[in-house]
Structures are given as structure tokens and as C-alpha cells.
Design a protein around this ligand. Structure first.
Ligand code: FAD
Length: 280
């Protein structure tokens, strides 16, 4: 049971949603945008989320877009992870999200909700970071389109009243060779010990991680170290692990030492899959 009362709104346009957020804010309602609602209700029951009003984005047509447009695949923020997976428009993203929660939960969990999740893993961002995707953000000033690298730094960087409308990925990235592996403590459902997502663009391998540190990330220095193809793979991996941007997580999913071990194994797999026999 959720122990607090809240109002529910379902605007039909971007402008209405932004105006509603402003007026509810001014009334001290601490409004929250709502897409799948799985996290708001789960954390609401635990009193880890408090709000006086939710603004359901599912009434806005553009939040449901899922199609190829010119050179991009355009994905609305309210598209469920199951629908996104089934579309197979972006195979790496389909694989990454197929490992988030379970099939039933993924019917409700949305792309936007996962990207803006309070829960630290936000695994759907990994393919978006690897493919230099763009994000359409709606707010007081209208709709802006910015790089995922500017929009997502450890977590989604949104100003008050802003929400994610759509994500755009260039079609050229949809077919690059990739590797994606989520290692859990046990079983096939659960949070990651470490998730490694990799994409080969030309001769360069791009790397992104979740579960390793307290936020998902892609890191240029780690990629440069991994791509020094003249060095033995083992030596490159040691360098990559030495360049981690933050402390490795130590929690009930696994110790920092175990996570480093899993990362090492996963990077050996990345080398085998994306470099083939083409490494020393
Ligand atoms: C059983 C279970 C297992 C899970 N396992 C994993 C896992 O392994 N890996 C992983 O990454 N995640 C996992 N999650 C977390 C889950 O992915 C998030 O809780 C979920 O993505 C929330 O999505 P939602 O669409 O229901 O969001 P909501 O509950 O609607 O919203 C979540 C948050 O995002 C904000 N928000 C939603 N949409 C927007 C938007 N368009 N713009 C701005 N802010 C917005 C909301 O205000 C809220 O703060 C799991 C969740 C469950 C229930």
C-alpha cells in the first residue's frame, strides 16, 4: 500500500505536461513525471519516493513513437521495454533491455523510466552511450535535442520541469558488431554484478558498464587502453581496469574483488568476440 495521497494527471500534449508540472510545483505538490509507474509505486510503498501528484506521459502521442525516420530510429520515452525488444530495431538495445527485470515487469517498465530510474543500474543507457545517441528533452523552453553524453552523466541531467520525450539513434549504429553480457549473482533475473556492453565501430571497440560503479558509464581512456592492439589483450585489460573512473561497488550483489574478476573475464570475451583471433 502507498501511505500517501497523490493526484493523477494525464495531459495530451507536451505543453500541457510542462505547464501542469509548473503549476503543481507552485502549489507545493512536488510533482513527478510518470511513464511505466513501476518504480514510483515500488519505492512509494517503501516511502522512498514521496509526491503529491504524478503526471502520466502516456497521453502524449510522441512518447509512443517507435519507428525509423530518415537516418534515425526514434524511440518514445513511454515505449515499454518488451515492445522495444520485440521491434528489434536496435538489436544491441533489444538484448540489453531483455535482461532488465522479468518479462511481466518489462510490459510496464518504459525506456524513459529506466533511463531516469533512481535505481542505479539504468542498463538501457549502455547501448545509447555506445551509439552516441541523441535525446529530445521537453521543458519550459520547448523541445531541445542534445547528445546522450551531455544528457546522461552518471544519471539523467534534467532541469526542473523537464522530461525526456524521445531518444534517437543513427541507423548506421544499428548494425555494428556488438557484445553484451550481464553477470548476476545467481539466476537469470536480478540486478547485475557487472554488465558489459561493447560495440565495434571501424577498428575501435567501445565499452560501457553498469553494476561496476555506482552509476553506468562509458569511458574514453578505458577504450583507448583496450584498443592498443599491439599489446597483448591481458596487458590491455589490466590497464583498462586500472582506469576505472570511480570505486568499484561492494554490496550484497558482490564484493569489489569479485566484480573486478568478472570484469576481467568479460573483457577477455569482448576481445574474443569483437577482435576474433586478431589480437596478441
Ligand atoms: C523487479 C524489478 C527488477 C529490476 N531490475 C533491473 C535491472 O536489472 N536493471 C535495471 O537497469 N533496472 C532494473 N529495474 C529498475 C527498473 O528498470 C526501473 O525501476 C524502471 O525502469 C522504472 O521504469 P518505469 O517506466 O516504470 O518508470 P516510472 O516508475 O514511471 O519512473 C521512474 C522514475 O523516472 C522518472 N521518469 C519516468 N519517465 C520519465 C521521463 N520521460 N522523463 C523524466 N523523468 C521520467 C519518474 O519521475 C521516476 O522518478 C528493476 C525493476 C523491477 C521492478
Amino acid at each position: 500500500m502507498i501511505s500517501f495521497d497523490f493526484e493523477y494527471y494525464r495531459p495530451g500534449t507536451v505543453e500541457e505536461a510542462v505547464a501542469l508540472h509548473r503549476s503543481l510545483r507552485e502549489k507545493g505538490k512536488r510533482p513527478r513525471y510518470y511513464s511505466g509507474g513501476t518504480e514510483i509505486t515500488t519505492l512509494g510503498r517503501l516511502n522512498q519516493v514521496q509526491t503529491g501528484a504524478v503526471i502520466d506521459l502516456k497521453g502524449i502521442t510522441d512518447c509512443h513513437t517507435l519507428q525509423l525516420e530518415k537516418q534515425h530510429v526514434v524511440m518514445g520515452t513511454c515505449v515499454s521495454l518488451n515492445k522495444l525488444k520485440q521491434s528489434q530495431l536496435f538489436p544491441l538495445l533489444s538484448q540489453a533491455i531483455s535482461e532488465v527485470a522479468d518479462h511481466t515487469a518489462r510490459t510496464n517498465i518504459t525506456l524513459g523510466g529506466n533511463l531516469c530510474s533512481q535505481i542505479i543500474y539504468r542498463e538501457s543507457v549502455l547501448p545509447l552511450l555506445l551509439s552516441d545517441s541523441q535525446v529530445r528533452i521537453a521543458g519550459e523552453g520547448g523541445i531541445k535535442e542534445i547528445s546522450i553524453h551531455a544528457a546522461f552523466q552518471k544519471e539523467m541531467q534534467l532541469s526542473e520541469g523537464e522530461f525526456i520525450l524521445q531518444v534517437l539513434t543513427e541507423q548506421t549504429y544499428l548494425t555494428h558488431p556488438f557484445y553484451h553480457r550481464k553477470r548476476r549473482k545467481q539466476g537469470s533475473v536480478g540486478y547485475p554484478v557487472v554488465t558489459v556492453s561493447a560495440m565495434k565501430v571501424g577498428e575501435q571497440v567501445r565499452l560501457a558498464f553498469s553494476g561496476l560503479c555506482a552509476f553506468p558509464f562509458r569511458n574514453e581512456q578505458m577504450e583507448q587502453a583496450f584498443n592498443q592492439r599491439k599489446l597483448p589483450l591481458e596487458e590491455r585489460i589490466t590497464q583498462v581496469i586500472g582506469l576505472l573512473p570511480s570505486e568499484v561497488l561492494e554490496d550484497s550483489e558482490g564484493s569489489a574483488g569479485f566484480r573486478r574478476f568478472v570484469l576481467h573475464q568479460a573483457l577477455l570475451d569482448v576481445g574474443a568476440v569483437l577482435e576474433g583471433g586478431d589480437h596478441v
